[in-house]
Design a protein around this ligand. Structure first.
Ligand code: ADP
Ligand code: MG
Length: 248
């Protein structure tokens, strides 16, 4: 299908960002269409986290346009709130509230942001905790769980807000090897259900099997983007080749 005929979920046009004098994002152009799964990879410090954090305004960009569905990302609090309703985010270090139980982590925003009644919020939370196969841990605290379990809770917590787009920032890179698969399995399932996903990850098996497009970033720029087959077997730029030779 012609890409232009698909609904754009996230559009970045000429996005630039600086940290002081440091030019961290340079002229980023990217469109993510509905149901598309995009993997972003690249060396440490290339701006991957900054890029996806800009999409839900955890970081502010200084130049260019970011549009989520029909809402432009501006300083208008209403726009920011609208965008955060559409966009879920999962971080490398889970970012669960340590003093709340798993269930409370999953109901907090529903109750306080969405004004969902507690009982209903708990039903939603339990359904999603069941979906990530962690319902039995609902009354434990994050510190009592393994890293893989905590990350699955973080994914369930995000899904409780019913997002249309999910952003992942290296969701498996803080995990012990034996726990990576249980988190990737959940992400694969989400992808199969048609979730629009933008994932920073170096899990190249995931990229190969799930991604519609792989994007390689270096020094704040998108250097190359392609379907996984072409990206892995016929990389165009020398920087991509060097990066792939280091991680594969
Ligand atoms: P990546 O996720 O690809 O490793 P980041 O987006 O985290 O890269 O960081 C890109 C660059 O911006 C790095 O050089 C990092 O040191 C710098 N950087 C990140 N956050 C800040 C910040 N809050 N202030 C100043 N520099 C930052
Ligand atoms: Mg990062």
């Amino acid at each position: 299908m012609d890409i232009n005929s698909k609904e754009a979920m996230v559009t970045l046009r000429g996005v630039n960002k600086w940290y002081g004098d440091f030019h961290v994002l340079r002229d980023i152009d990217l469109t993510v269409t509905k149901g598309e799964r995009i993997v972003i990879c690249g060396p440490s410090g290339s701006g991957k986290s900054t890029l996806i954090r800009c999409i839900n305004r955890l970081e502010e960009h200084q130049k260019g346009d970011i549009i989520v569905k029909d809402t432009p990302l501006t300083n208008d609090v209403k726009h920011i709130e609208t965008i955060r309703r559409e966009v879920g985010m999962v971080f490398q270090h889970f970012n669960l509230f340590p003093h709340l139980t798993v269930l409370e982590n999953c109901t907090l925003a529903q109750i306080w942001v969405r004004k969902t009644p507690k009982k209903e919020a708990e039903e939603v939370a339990m359904a999603l905790l069941t979906r990530v196969k962690i319902q039995e841990q609902a009354h434990k605290y994050p510190g009592q769980l393994s890293g893989g379990q905590q990350q699955r809770v973080a994914i369930a917590r995000s899904l409780c807000m019913n997002p249309e787009i999910m952003l992942f920032d290296e969701p498996t890179s803080a995990l012990d090897p034996e726990m990576i698969k249980e988190v990737l399995d959940v992400m694969v399932e989400l992808a199969e259900e048609g979730m629009t996903m933008l994932c920073v990850t170096h899990e190249m098996g995931f990229a190969r099997t799930v991604a519609d497009r792989v994007i390689f970033m270096d020094e704040g720029q998108i250097i190359e983007e392609n379907d996984p087959e072409t990206f892995f077997h016929h990389p165009e730029s020398e920087r991509t080749k060097l990066f792939l030779s280091q991680i594969l």
